[in-house]
Design a protein around this ligand. Sequence first.
Ligand code: SAM
Length: 286
Amino acid sequence: MATQKSSRSKKSKVTVPKRKVRTPVPSKYALYEASVQSPDVHAAWLDETYKAITKGTARNIREDFCGTFKMSCEWVKRHAKNTALGLDLDPEPLNYGRETHLSALTPDQKSRVKLLQKNVLESTRTDVDLISAGNFSFYIFKQRELLVKYFKSCKTSLKKGGLLVLELAGGPGMIAPMREKKEVLLNRNEKFVYTWHQKSFDPITHDANYAIHFKLASGRVMLDQFVYDWRLWSIPEVRDALADAGFSKSIIYWETAHQGKGTGEYLPMERGDNAFAWVSYVIGVK
Ligand SMILES: C[S@@+](CC[C@H](N)C(=O)[O-])C[C@H]1O[C@@H](n2cnc3c(N)ncnc32)[C@H](O)[C@@H]1O
């Protein structure tokens, strides 16, 4: 004991190693949302499109494959009577959304968002005005039987006259092997690089493999943060499957073009220009 006391009282010089200040690595969900989502714009577009097609007002929506369900949170902010039900199989994005988006809502808004960790193949409440399946997520169903099963289950959950809004992508630019990079801003100050990687496409099966990578300003590379194994369904195949599932009709919202470039405006069309890469919406009407 005595030795210890005396050694402590000596004023020996101790060199403390300098700690490197590490910037926290952002969540892959935050990077994904900043790269590919505009949930406020999408919620407004769904509102307008429902009015244009049904002449009514959508109040109860279901967001299928909802991930971090940012769009559902935007939906309940738009009107005091709006409700949203989000479905996703994976608890990880659901929990990120609960911590990040749900927690930022008022108690009243929160009470109007319901989340279910559930397969979209199972039907839910049956008073839904509109179901949105964004970012090509239904391409996960590779067999026609499963696709029709999904559409039938959506039809059961929709009110009469309700809409199933499916987001599709295609064109030669969606099947060529390539990497498309863009610089994205996170939280108004931090930049990162988002890469959309088209890994493979099989012309016989229409199986397509894609991945999303990120590169942070620190130089850290985050490979294969999201990977997709999809079947690229064509618009006529999807329309036929909707008809087989019992939808009364389907409407195609195709992007208008100005001097060969997409305008971001989508209108109902029965003929489309042969765009190199396109995004469109196929809307099934119950
Ligand atoms: C491409 S992400 C879409 C995320 C978000 N909806 C968006 O628009 O960016 C696909 C999501 O679908 C979920 N998913 C895949 N199969 C599903 C199924 N059968 N039922 C419910 N969710 C499913 C995955 O867990 C994943 O979160």
